[in-house]
Design a binder for this molecule. Structure first.
Ligand SMILES: Cc1ncc(COP(=O)(O)O)c(C=O)c1O
Length: 438
């Protein structure tokens, strides 16, 4: 088989690098961890991406989560086209904002919700609100959890930084992270100790509802409940970051898999990705009493020129309305097939691996032990993943170019797409095995 032509992507990458740092507008898009040239995508439909050289790939990135229904969904496109025809931004309140907020409130444990334009803004604002509400300054987070590139949260922050092999980032002053306590995920003792020592200064604990940015690490049963109760016992807020898991891990996000049945709810929740339907829209919401502290109702200031943009909220609303039980059943079914095939191909090739999931979200770790925390995720054979990644790409499957990421599916991943993934797996597993032990 001749390798697929990639000249036009290579040319664009070259041009991009002269005008954009690293040639990309978000570091994970570069192939820094796997080597080679990122493909420049010209168009996408359903489960498929088409690059500028005309190669087709089954998309297992799905825009890093948002494209739950697949690309260019006709009903989302039509709703967006209608919204665009009415005008693209007014800087006044609009009906789609109200409808999307109602949809989110109906599906999640929040009473009210405020829209922003990115997940980063959502977590940044949630933390400000938690500090404003409690009058305290410390924030607790877990190593390996990523909450966007918020200064205070860029301490041991999972995939993007792990992919680049850096623990933190220059440009974030010590004073910004000095107020952040970073604990190992799943370490109840460390959480109890931190609250025993600093409980009266802790404004909030923020966690990914289920970590997806060190690969998928399902919270052990009762862990989120323990966090929620510990926060409540100390007058701190529990902030559940559902930017990735929201409307994806289940119809009701990760909370639908734990809090909804265990009988607790977070004080604040952040959302993004799926709720924007492929547009820049995100949100944070929570208990009415806490949210009422936000301007203009309360004194905690937060704002945004394009927040609740009518085109973005229309895309998100249409996506959520279409994301019914059938969509999640499909994601579960297709996920099972791909997980099983990946595991059996890697086993057949003798490649150590662990497949982990929460709801409809999953990832494959290139390690031989179940991963409970970032130290476990970091024990992966990233070189084996890089070989696997390139062989999958050669087989027409575009995986996230990092061993620390979830593999994302959509409602549009049909039999043909799945078969392409299944066909690519054996050779990719053999490629991963090559060079092992050297
Ligand atoms: C859990 C989580 N929180 C926050 C963010 C930041 O969102 P954004 O990239 O929209 O700023 C991400 C992005 O991947 C995320 O996965």
């Amino acid at each position: 088989m001749n390798p697929a032509p990639t000249q036009q992507s290579a040319d664009l990458f070259q041009r991009a690098r002269t005008v954009t740092p690293g040639g990309v507008n978000s570091p994970v898009r570069a192939f820094s961890a796997v080597g080679g040239t990122p493909r420049f995508i010209r168009s996408a439909r359903g489960a498929w991406l088409t690059d500028v050289d005309g190669n087709d790939y089954v998309d297992l990135i799905c825009s890093w989560g948002p494209m739950l229904l697949g690309h260019a969904h006709p009903e989302v496109q039509a709703a967006v086209a209608e919204a665009v025809a009415r005008g693209t931004s007014y800087g006044t309140p609009t009906e789609p904002e109200v409808e999307l907020a109602e949809e989110i409130v109906a599906r999640t444990p929040v009473d009210t919700v405020r829209f922003v334009s990115s997940g980063t803004e959502a977590t940044m604002s949630a933390i400000r609100l938690a500090r404003g509400f409690t009058g305290r300054d410390l924030v607790v987070k877990f190593a390996g959890c990523y909450h966007g590139h918020v200064d205070a949260l860029l301490a041991e922050a999972g995939s993007g930084l792990a992919t680049l092999g850096v623990p933190g980032t220059p440009g974030v002053p010590d004073s910004a992270t000095a107020l952040t306590l970073v604990l190992p995920y799943h370490d109840r003792e460390a959480v109890s100790r931190a609250f025993a020592e600093h409980g009266d200064r802790i404004a909030c604990l923020i966690t990914e509802a289920a970590p997806g940015n060190m690969g998928v690490v399902p919270p052990e049963p009762g862990f989120n409940e323990f966090l929620a109760r510990t926060c409540a016992d100390h007058g701190a807020l529990f902030v559940s970051d559902e930017v990735m898991t929201g409307f994806r891990a289940s119809r009701h996000g990760q909370w639908g898999l734990d809090g909804a049945t265990e009988g607790w709810r977070p004080d604040l929740v952040t959302f993004g990705k799926v709720m924007g339907g492929g547009f820049p829209a995100a949100a944070f919401g929570g208990r009415a009493e806490v949210m009422a502290r936000l301007a203009p109702e309360g004194p905690v200031y937060q704002a945004g020129t394009l927040s609740g943009n009518p085109v973005a909220t229309t895309a998100g609303l249409t996506t959520l309305r279409l994301a019914d039980d059938g969509v999640y059943e499909h994601l579960t079914k297709v996920g099972e097939v791909i997980k099983e095939a990946a595991a059996s191909a890697l086993s057949a090739a003798g490649v150590p691996h662990v497949v982990q999931s929460t709801g409809t979200m999953f990832s494959v770790f290139f390690t031989d032990r179940p991963v409970r925390d970032f130290a476990g995720a970091a024990s992966q054979d990233t070189a084996a993943f890089a070989r696997f990644f390139h062989a999958m790409l050669e087989g027409g499957v575009y995986l996230p170019p990092s061993a620390y990421e979830a593999w994302f599916l959509s409602a549009a991943h049909d039999d043909r797409a799945v078969q392409t993934v299944l066909d690519a797996l054996p050779a990719a597993a053999r490629a991963a095995a090559e060079g092992a032990g050297r």
